[in-house]
Design a binder for this molecule. Structure first.
Ligand code: MOS
Length: 672
């Protein structure tokens, strides 16, 4: 089955947030702070207001009305305090895009700057222990005696890994188009990973009841987490539309996206591992150091992977956070699990060498019967099968473990492996299914952010109703449809699919209409450890002359429950793995210590993999039915593809060169 929206997408007919034709539309352009910390003394919009076509200048000189408890990242122009360089501090509205941008450059801002602090370190005096880490998990956990376990170990590893600030770069920039109708209801076309959540957050920010706001995002050109929470452009469009009494459109520039659409926190992670003479863990400690802004506490769940992965008599995981004069970090594909697994699986590779064991075998020997941290049984866990199947397909058995000995001309060749995991959660969701013109209409506020969610949901509805998928018509991407959770946390399909199945079952009984609300069903879920697993295998070639790393092969084997649609699933896995290639080899945003803000601010500086960087990437999966999760037996697949990829590549680089790089990305300068 082809994607339902394939034709409108490739013919350019799919309408994205900024593209809706609206009568009398005007354009907003944001003005950003040029200091990292301090106060705004004065915003002078006088010159801008005299420029052609300018309708309004918004700033803290005349703060627009917002809810008092609005999220500080969305509370535009409410405060004169500057929290980070690049923060939105004013905006211009004009009749054209060009006039708005020209006038924004003419807004004069006087500051009273303070010294700023933008540098994360593992001994920063401001480090503290947050109450919880995302999404509400314990900050520190543990059992057994780590020190005794390390003391008794035959082989130990004590290593520190670092990951940089990383930025999501969806093809569609963050955009919004807002207007107020005659009854005072706010309409927002937004780039959102969830129309329901976007509506609720915009309403809460403006101090409106949710029914006074409608958010529509029928097509979204990628998000990866950066459109999972409402971003300031949506609030700005609404405020500006209220100020000028006309529709307002805003599209962030790629440079502005780096400043105000979130980023993956940099991490410093210390791993201490011990193993007995058979390679069984005697202790595992994973401590993560991360940053947030002074505005909001965003505490990423980096070390949680160690709570899931391996059996050990002594386990300690911990997170420490420091609030810096930086923008608030946010979600980026597998937030937490992705950088956490990079460090854990790199350290496991180091332990394999220290213990003289094959790295696949080391992981197999330490497979966990129950979830190490909670003691809960797994709903299903097929990590070992993924490792074995991957080893077979990849040709692992002939591998010589010795590092730095395979050479083809200037190229050093090596292979590496890493495990992968991601939670399999679901959230309450509503859906309505009805008969329409002899076909079937399924409606819910789900989001298709480029994943093919429409198509997968149509298949789920079709198989529940026992009809051809072509007879299912789906409406999604509109907050006026039944409430649905985000496309995020790899929870979308499990959450929406459950509601669609229940609504279609009800339609079969009723004959006319089926309505579902899965709140009660999910509340009665049994306590189990629910996770997808996988194994990533990489082969790299490293130039002994330039230090350049070329990926030769990448294979991912996943155990992610029932796969709803093979074509779409393969795209998700490969997309995640490709993003992991970027993380391993090229992606990095440097923070400007002197002036604050970010130094990398566009795609010329922030490199993401192109097709030529991933010549041979393949994803396969095991047959896995998990009846404990949802009626489809599926696990989420949007994020697990990126988890472990960077470790597999880093481990392959070590195998090729004999040189262990512990700071991503693995650029030529770190090899030579
Ligand atoms: Mo994804 S980072 O959960 O949107």
């Amino acid at each position: 089955m082809n994607r339902i929206e394939a034709r409108v997408k490739v013919t350019g007919l799919a309408t994205y947030a900024a593209e809706y034709p609206v009568e009398g539309v005007t354009y907003a352009c944001a003005v950003q702070s040029r200091i990292a910390k301090g106060r705004i003394k004065r915003v002078d919009g006088g010159q801008a207001l005299e420029m052609p076509g300018v309708l309004a200048v918004l700033s803290s000189e005349d703060p627009p009305r917002l809810a008092e408890d609005a999220d500080p990242e969305l509370a535009l122009f409410q405060s004169r305090e500057v929290a980070y360089r690049g923060q939105l501090i004013a905006a211009v509205v004009a009749d054209t895009y060009e006039n708005a941008h020209a006038a924004a450059a003419a807004v004069r801002v006087d500051y009273d700057p303070d010294d700023h602090d933008v540098r994360l370190s593992a001994d920063h005096p401001g480090l503290y222990r947050p109450e919880v880490v995302n999404p509400g998990l314990p900050t520190d956990t543990g059992h057994g005696d780590v020190e005794a376990g390390l003391e008794a170990a035959a082989a130990t590893v004590d290593v520190t890994y670092e990951t940089p600030v990383l930025h999501n770069n969806p093809m569609e920039p963050h955009a919004a188009l807002a207007f107020w109708d005659d009854e005072g209801r706010l309409m927002v076309y937004d780039t959102a990973q969830g129309a329901t959540a976007s509506r609720d957050l915009i309403a809460a920010t403006l101090g409106l009841p949710p029914e006074r706001v409608r958010v529509v995002s029928r097509h979204v050109g990628g998000g990866f987490g950066s459109k999972g929470t409402t971003r300031p452009q949506a609030v700005l469009a609404a405020l500006a539309a209220r100020a000028v009494g006309r529709p307002v459109k805003i599209v962030l520039t790629r440079q502005q996206m780096f400043d105000v659409t979130g980023y993956r926190t940099p991490t410093i992670q210390r791993l201490r591992l011990g193993a007995d003479p058979e390679g069984r863990l005697t202790a595992l400690e994973h401590v993560a150091y991360e940053q947030s802004s002074t505005l909001v506490e965003f505490a990423e769940q980096t070390a949680v992977v160690a709570r899931v992965m391996y059996a050990t008599p002594a386990l300690r995981t911990a997170h420490r956070l420091v609030r810096l004069d930086v923008a608030t970090p946010s979600w980026m594909r597998a937030p937490g699990e992705c950088p956490g697994m990079y460090a854990l699986e790199s350290a496991m590779d180091e332990l394999a060498y220290a213990a003289g064991l094959d790295p696949v075998e080391l992981r197999v020997r330490n497979d966990a019967e129950t979830e190490p941290d909670s003691g809960l049984p797994f709903s299903s866990r097929n990590l070992v099968a993924c490792l074995r199947e991957g080893a077979r397909r990849f040709g692992w058995e002939h591998r010589d473990p010795a590092p730095g000995i395979r050479r083809e001309g200037e190229w050093l060749v090596g292979t590496g492996v890493a495990a992968s995991t991601y939670p399999a959660r679901r959230l309450p969701c509503k859906a309505v299914a009805t008969v329409r013109d002899g076909d079937f209409l399924v409606r819910l506020a789900a989001a298709d952010i480029g994943t093919g969610a429409r198509t997968a949901l149509a298949r789920i509805a079709a198989s529940t109703l026992g009809v051809a998928p072509e007879r299912i018509h789906l409406e999604l991407g509109d907050s006026d449809l039944p409430d649905a959770p985000l496309a995020g946390g790899s929870m979308g399909m499990a959450s929406w699919g459950t509601a669609v199945v229940r609504a279609c079952e009800e339609l079969r009984r009723d004959g006319k209409e089926g309505r579902a609300d899965t709140t009660e069903e999910i509340r009665s879920d049994a306590p189990l450890a629910r996770h997808a697993f996988g194994a990533q295998f990489a082969e790299v070639r490293v130039s002994a002359v330039t230090g350049e790393v070329r990926l030769a092969r990448l294979l991912g084997v996943f155990a992610a429950g029932h796969i709803v649609d093979a074509t779409l699933a393969r795209s998700q896995f490969i997309g995640g793995m490709t993003m992991g290639v970027g993380m391993a080899l090229m992606e990095e945003t440097l923070t400007d210590a002197e002036f604050g803000g970010f130094l990398h601010r566009d795609l010329a500086q922030y490199h993401v993999p192109a097709c030529a960087d991933v010549p041979d990437v393949e994803a396969v999966w095991l047959e896995e039915r998990d009846g404990a999760l949802n009626p489809m037996g599926s696990k989420g697949i949007g994020e697990i593809g990126i988890v472990g990829t960077a470790a597999a590549i880093g481990n392959a680089v070590y195998h090729a060169t004999g040189h262990r790089v512990r700071q991503l990305p693995i650029t030529p300068a770190k090899i030579l």
